[in-house]
Design a protein around this ligand. Structure first.
Ligand SMILES: Nc1nc2c(c(=O)[nH]1)N[C@H]1C(S)=C(S)[C@@H](COP(=O)(O)O)O[C@H]1N2
Ligand SMILES: [Mo]
Length: 417
C-alpha cells in the first residue's frame, strides 16, 4: 500500500523535478516557482511515508538474506530515497546552510535523479504485472522455482553454456528480451546526456569558458574590450564550476552598431554611451563567487567592469531618488537595488569575465554583478539604469522569489543596507 503510494509520489517528483531541470521551463516564470513549491511539498510528504516505512524496510532487507537480487534492489531504493531526501532538505532550507552545501546538495540531487529515475523505470517495467502476464505460466514458475533458485543458491543443474547459447537465451526469452531491450533503450536515451552532465561537472548546458572563443560569439561588439593586466591572466585563477544558462526570454543578441547604455530618471546628468564610449570608461577587476538561489555556485570569477557607484557618480543621483532600477536588453527582465546596496564597492557593471568578453549566453556584452546577493539580482544583458523614488518589484520577486536576496553569510554586518 505505502509502496504504491510512494511509487506515485516518486513519479510526480520525477516529473516535476525534471521540469525544473530543463531550460525552456524557466521561461514560464510563476509556473516554475509553483512547480518548485509543489515539488518540495511532494518531497516532504514522501519523506513522511519513508519515515513511517523505514523500520519495516530495514527489517525487510534483513529478511531477504539469501535473495541477493531483491536485497540489492531494496538497498538501492533506500539509498536513493535517503540521498534525495537529505539533499532535498538542504536545498529547501538553503538559507540555513553555506552556499557550498547547496551546491553539493544540488549535484547530489541531480545525480540521484540521473541514476534513480532510469532505475525506477527499469524496476517498475520489469516487475509490472503486465510483463508477468505476458509470460503464461511464468508467475507460477516464479513462485514455485525462483525462491529456491535464488534463496538457497541451489547449484544450477545446467551444463556450462557457450556464448552463442547465452546470447540466444538473452534474446529469445521474452522476459530477458524486454529487460535487455529496456536497459539498452535507457542507456541510449539517457547515457549521452548523463555523460555530458557528468563531465561538465554537474552543470546543465553551461558553456566551457576555457573553450570559449569570443570571435564566434552571438554578439557583434567591436572593438573588443582590452583586458587589464589583472584580467589577462585572471587574478582569480579562472572560474571554478559551471554557469547554468538562465534566461526567461530567447537569448537576445546585440551589435555595437546600435547598442547603447543609458542612465536616466532622477539624475542631474542623464547619460548615454555607445559601445566605443562605454569601453573607454575606466574599469577595475574583482574576484567573487556567484551563487544562484536554486543551489549552484561558480567560484573565483574574475570580473572586469565599472563599479556601479562610479557610473552613478557620473550621472549625479538626485536626493529624491530611493531605488536603482535595472533593465535588461531582453526587454523583460528587471530588478532593483536600494541606493545603500548600490553603493557597495563590489557591485559591478561587468564587461569581461576571466579576461574575455562576457559570452552572450551569460549576459554579455554587459551584465550586472552583485556578489553578496543571490544571482537573480545580477541582471544579464544590462542596458539601462533608472533612478526612481518608489519601489519596483523585480522579475523573479514578482513570481515568488524573496525580496531579501542577501546570501546570509555575505550580508554586510554594518550599515543600513
Ligand atoms: N536578463 C536576465 N537576467 C538574469 C536572469 C534572466 O533570466 N534574465 N536570470 C537570473 C538568475 S536567476 C541567475 S541564477 C543568473 C544566471 O546567470 P547565468 O545565466 O549567466 O548563469 O542570472 C540572473 N539574471
Ligand atoms: Mo538564479
Amino acid at each position: 500500500m505505502l509502496h504504491a503510494w510512494n511509487a506515485w509520489l516518486v513519479l510526480l517528483l520525477a516529473v516535476s523535478g525534471i521540469l525544473l531541470f530543463i531550460k525552456p521551463f524557466r521561461e514560464l516564470g510563476v509556473v516554475r516557482v509553483l512547480t518548485k513549491e509543489g515539488h518540495i511539498w511532494l518531497g516532504l510528504l514522501s519523506t513522511v511515508i519513508v519515515l513511517i516505512y523505514l523500520p519495516q524496510m530495514i527489517r525487510h532487507i534483513r529478511q531477504l538474506r539469501g535473495k541477493p537480487e531483491q536485497q540489492w534492489n531494496l538497498s538501492v531504493v533506500l539509498i536513493l530515497l535517503v540521498g534525495w531526501i537529505v539533499s532535498g532538505i538542504v536545498l529547501w532550507q538553503f538559507r540555513q546552510f553555506p552556499p557550498v552545501w547547496s551546491n553539493v546538495a544540488l549535484t547530489m540531487h541531480d545525480l540521484f535523479t540521473w541514476v534513480g529515475v532510469p532505475y525506477a523505470i527499469y524496476h517498475s517495467v520489469t516487475r509490472s504485472r503486465w510483463l508477468k502476464m505476458r509470460r503464461p505460466g511464468a508467475v507460477m514458475q516464479r513462485e514455485a522455482g525462483e525462491g529456491v533458485r535464488e534463496s538457497e543458491g541451489a547449484p544450477r543443474l545446467e551444463t556450462p553454456r557457450s556464448v552463442t547459447e547465452t546470447v540466444r537465451d538473452v534474446l529469445y526469452t521474452r522476459r530477458s528480451f524486454i529487460r535487455w531491450g529496456l536497459l539498452g533503450l535507457l542507456v541510449v536515451l539517457i547515457g549521452p546526456k548523463f555523460g555530458r552532465w557528468l563531465f561538465s561537472g554537474g552543470g546543465s548546458g553551461g558553456i566551457d569558458l576555457n573553450a570559449y572563443d569570443p570571435s564566434k560569439d552571438g554578439n557583434r561588439m567591436l572593438p573588443a574590450p582590452q583586458p587589464l593586466p589583472d584580467s589577462i591572466v585572471p587574478v582569480g585563477g579562472g572560474s571554478q564550476g559551471h554557469f547554468r544558462i538562465y534566461t526567461v526570454t530567447p537569448i537576445p543578441s546585440f551589435s555595437s552598431d546600435n547598442w547603447k547604455f543609458t542612465i536616466s530618471g532622477l539624475v542631474d546628468r542623464p547619460q548615454s554611451w555607445d559601445w566605443k564610449q562605454f569601453t573607454d570608461l575606466a574599469r577595475s577587476v574583482q574576484v567573487s563567487d556567484f551563487h544562484c538561489v536554486t543551489g549552484w555556485s561558480v567560484y573565483n570569477n574574475t570580473w572586469e567592469g565599472i563599479t556601479l557607484s562610479k557610473l552613478l557618480e557620473k550621472a549625479g543621483v538626485q536626493s529624491k531618488a530611493r531605488v536603482v532600477k535595472f533593465y535588461s536588453g531582453d526587454g523583460v527582465y528587471t530588478d532593483t537595488l536600494t541606493l545603500a546596496q548600490a553603493a557597495l564597492d563590489d557591485v559591478m557593471v561587468a564587461v569581461l569575465l576571466d579576461g574575455k568578453p562576457i559570452p552572450q549566453e551569460l549576459g554579455g556584452p554587459v551584465r550586472l554583478i552583485v556578489p553578496k546577493m543571490y544571482a537573480y539580482k545580477s541582471v544579464k544583458w544590462l542596458q539601462s539604469i533608472e533612478l526612481i523614488d518608489k519601489d519596483h518589484i523585480g522579475y523573479w520577486e514578482a513570481r515568488g522569489y524573496d525580496t531579501d536576496a542577501w546570501v546570509p553569510s555575505l550580508k554586510p554586518k554594518q550599515g543600513n543596507v
